[in-house]
Design a protein around this ligand. Structure first.
Ligand code: LMR
Length: 389
């Protein structure tokens, strides 16, 4: 029966994690998957999260089900962080999801439930799982080129002309901040132009915001999203706490929906709860409960703010170090978040893997804080050698 299945085109990032783990070389540098690593190369549990888990262990009285919306206090506490000045808007309702990926799936399935023939415009390159998630929802995809890897710049004109000729009701997938895989974020002026064209043409934005706080700061990283919420009646948001709380394996995210009316959003969210029911029934509690306790406990909340600040500072310091090493890498200093993309061919990337035990995605995407402090110079040297070769 199952031999009817052909080969699967597996996600390149999953394959890369396995390959890096299997490499016995002790000096390997794994800048593949997007996890934060500190100066000695560890991915620690945040102090605030550890303290919250202790409180959770002491205080939790039951493991009974938490319901279709998941932890409602958790999504309520996220509102000011994600929605900013729109937090009080009752046309926006959130729901707790397993990670940002769960939120994306829900968002696209909701879109497909409303309009099965909707088309989703996806700028490439993008996170390798975006396209499979959109396809799994049964939606049509239209790709446009968002970023020129060799010229290391956003192809903004192409983005605007794509949106400018898209018919009303088409969907645009946008990265809220810390673009994955390029690190190339829209500046404020570019966001304003995007918001103008999206709102004037009646397009539906779905904003993936998985790295808030790790670029410029919480408010700054959501500034484009807030402009969209100013101008658009309908917005879907897929959010993740996996990175900014360092709870990757606990899968902690949320989906927020805005429609033109509070009643309309309530009705749409009934569909969202039903779609979630078919996929995971109710979201896992533990990670979201830890996040809720952090946000609800003033001392933990301020320690968490400080820890995110430390992560952001390390990201930006390593960016600066790489940018200063060679004029061809200077662009990395003006980008944000965990990722940037090197102007390398797949062959050059493979050579770095084989000869230097440096693991990055075939696209040239690398995690700027994937390596310990002591490894940064070796990484830079090998990259420059690859660019020269
Ligand atoms: C990444 O892009 O490395 C992360 O979002 C991890 C993942 O799930 O791919």
């Amino acid at each position: 029966f199952f031999d009817a299945l052909g080969d699967v085109q597996s996600d390149s990032l999953l394959a890369l994690i396995a390959m890096a783990n299997a490499d016995p070389r002790t000096d390997k540098i794994d800048v593949g998957v997007g996890v934060y690593r500190d100066g000695v190369g560890n991915t620690p549990i945040l102090r605030a999260v550890k303290a919250a888990e202790k409180l959770l262990w002491e205080q939790q009285q039951t493991k009974s089900y938490i319901g279709g919306f998941g932890d409602k206090r958790y999504t309520e506490l996220l509102r000011p962080i994600v929605l900013g000045r729109h937090a009080g808007d009752d046309r926006i309702i959130g729901l707790h999801t397993p990670g940002g990926c769960g939120a994306l799936s829900l968002g696209f399935k909701l879109i497909a439930t409303a309009h099965a023939d909707a088309k989703v415009h996806v700028g490439t390159p993008t996170w390798p799982n975006h396209i499979p998630v959109v396809e799994a929802a049964g939606l049509n995809i239209s790709e446009y080129r968002f970023y020129d890897k060799l010229e290391t710049r956003i192809r903004f004109d192409e983005m605007i002309s794509t949106f400018g000729s898209a018919p009303k009701g088409d969907v645009v997938l946008l990265h809220g901040c810390c673009h994955n895989p390029t690190g190339a974020d829209l500046d404020e002026g570019q966001w304003r132009e995007v918001v103008d064209v999206v709102s004037s043409r009646g397009l539906i934005p779905l904003v993936d915001i998985a790295y808030q706080g790790l670029g410029r700061g919480f408010a700054e990283d959501a500034a484009g999203l807030h402009l969209l919420l100013d101008a658009c009646d309908e917005v879907v948001i897929a959010q993740s706490c996996d990175k900014n709380f360092g709870v990757y394996r606990d899968r902690v995210g949320s989906m927020f929906l805005k429609t033109a009316t509070a009643d309309g959003t309530k009705r749409a969210m009934d569909h969202v709860v039903q779609i979630a029911r078919e996929m995971w029934s109710m979201p896992p509690d533990h990670g979201a409960a830890a996040v809720r306790i952090v946000l609800d406990t003033p001392e933990l909340r301020s320690d968490w703010d400080a820890e995110v600040g430390e992560m952001r500072a390390r990201i930006n310091r390593i960016r600066g170090q790489i940018a200063a090493s060679d004029p061809r890498l200077a662009y990395i200093g003006g980008q944000f978040g965990m990722f940037s993309m090197l102007p390398l061919s797949k062959e050059q990337v493979v050579k770095l893997r084989e000869q230097h035990a440096i693991y990055m995605a075939d696209s040239g995407r690398f995690n700027v804080i994937g390596m310990a402090d002591h490894a940064v110079d070796r990484f830079i040297g090998a990259v420059i050698e690859a660019m020269n070769g």
